[in-house]
Design a protein around this ligand. Sequence first.
Ligand code: OGA
Ligand code: NI
Length: 375
Amino acid sequence: MVVDAALEVERRLPSKVEPDYDRLSELKPFDEPKTGVKGLVDTGIGKVPRIFIHEPESFDRKYGRGSPDLVVPVVDLEGVADDLVRRKLIVDQVRNASEEWGFFPVINHGVPEEIMQEMIAGAIRFFDQDREIKKALYTRDTIKKVVHNSNFDLYQSLAADWRDNMYCLLAPSPPSYEEIPAACRDIMLEYQKQVTKVGLLLFELQSEALGLKPSHLKDIDSAEGLAMLLNYYPPCPEPDLTMGTSKHQDDYFLTALLQDQIGGLQALYKDQWVDVPPVAGALVINIGDLLQLISNDQFKSVEHRALASRVGPRISVASFFTTYMQPSSKIYGPIKELLSENNPAKYRETTVRDYTYYFNMKGLDGTSALPHFRL
Ligand code: OGA
Ligand code: NI
């Protein structure tokens, strides 16, 4: 963050300007019109309203806005299905990336380029459509399978993020075809098929990387649920004062992220923010908390964030392998085969729903949900 912007944050930070500032009274007028951040930008707003201004610590001035000399490893999946030598190499790369970085773009994953492009176009169609149609879907009811809102944690977080979302729980029991927004339903369903195959392949490679039989993670239903989150980051007039997505860890097994060419995603690596730049044709894979939990900390769910930008809208589509808040009695804990006297279980058992519930209650407050489940 440049010094001027840091001073501007100090100058306009709500808690400094007006210590008894009633945040709720400013959140409601933002939330109630149900038009999101895009609604603000559409009015031609030239300044970031104070509910969006983040504490200077959010920007980690200590580390700047990204370390240009560190590069997230890209894993090339070419040949993974039919070349045993390549497969072993890929498994080693996946293990290394999952243990060290928790984050790695994959290329040659099999999802056709046209489908990825059309998925991004579908997301733009959703957010650009008539606002009355979007308003009908705007809700904070997390049990619904189709949810549109801005800042799922608006009423818990210290500062709001510069983004709008549409979330759809597509598996294991999808909403009806009519319930999925018409602007993007066909492509969401097609993309879902494709990204599920990628997820299944990754779970196979990760099972092998953990020394388990290839079907282990699939057999325990890690790929049973799929939630798709469309992220819409409108152009921001003062990107140094706010965030696209505050730093967080994903609370799922695995995420496959499709991003457009704008960039802004960063992952925390050894206390430094590292850019995860758009790579042509790539999907960014990252480990979620539940995979860290069941791998007993062998794989890392790392903190990441998305910067706000003057350029936009930026689109990303996150596919989360999770059954989210759907009722399920399936219990997850550290995988028994990985445990030994030297590697005792570090976490208690939980269900996906209980984990998700705790995560959502906490919101993106900059801390991890994992310690709550640690033994
Ligand atoms: C997420 C996320 C990053 C991005 O949706 O969980 O981390 O670049 N998104 O949009
Ligand atoms: Ni995330």
